[in-house]
Design a binder for this molecule. Sequence first.
Ligand code: ADE
Ligand code: ZN
Length: 338
Amino acid sequence: MSLAEFIAGLPKAELHLHIEGSLEPELMFELARRNRIALPFASVEAVRAAYAFSNLQDFLDIYYQGAGVLQTEDDFRDLALAYFRRVAADGCRHVELFFDPQTHTDRGIPFAVAADGLLAGMAQAEASFGITAKLILCFLRHLDEDAAFATLRAAEPYLDRIAAVGLDSSELGHPPAKFARVYQAAAERGLKRVAHAGEEGPPDYVWEALDLLHVDRIDHGNRSLEDAALVKRLAAEAMTLTVCPLSNLKLCVVSDMAAHPLKRMLDLGLHATINSDDPAYFGGYLADNWLAVTQSLGLTRPDLITLARNSFSGSFLAPAEIARHLAAIDAYAEAHPA
Ligand code: ADE
Ligand code: ZN
């Protein structure tokens, strides 16, 4: 059995996926046609050719532009279903997906249109592909605290169907501290908390996410490795890091996949996971990310089993559900000895 086959069959969860970042150019054109929206690209090939980024902001500019084709509940449902159909083939069993409500409400699309469409796609994915899913509402950190509070208010009728809040968009210059009060309000409403930190931002932002936002997971966290005391803290707390290898390569967070810190994170005892971030933009879905780091870093089967276990133990599933997935991983490992 090849490593690719072993990875595809291994039960896995995805904990860092921006659903707007799964918008493939083909669907972008279909939705643009459906909604009579003009795109600044002549063809699918021209869109793909524009996906050359030198940093996070380069990518975000084109990602927010692409999301403009999403207009109706059906558009959001179709977007989610296309993603779930794709990762069903990757052996993905559970997804905790981000959405960026402000990207939509700021262009006049009501919160409910995005939320209802995504929730419909999630329900259909469970029925059709057996993939369970949880929804995470992300605040755009380049916008202000008032806007984040307004988004939390808009989410009020949906709080029973939203697992957590997150923090994404331009990291540098927008430290977690800016959102401490919003995160406090989210906690009071029973929501879990995650935040992007240490992707481009310094280790201090990871400390702030821990100490001021009281997060349950750190999204990315790469730059934590620059601070030995922080590594010690993250390891001691078994803090899950949702690491995104192909994203890191495309956004020049790492220069080369062989220099990716994932293996070092595992060796340091960090609770790392593998995720795709924005798969339509970064050249690969969940299993592609697994295969890329496995090949470039020489990950072993025990490493892969650890990473698969981390993806469920770091999830917001109930303990009994986590135990069921961990047992499935153990059974798979036993059935496929190295
Ligand atoms: N929004 C979508 N992908 C992102 C990333 N990798 N970092 C910050 N914001 C994002
Ligand atoms: Zn992300």
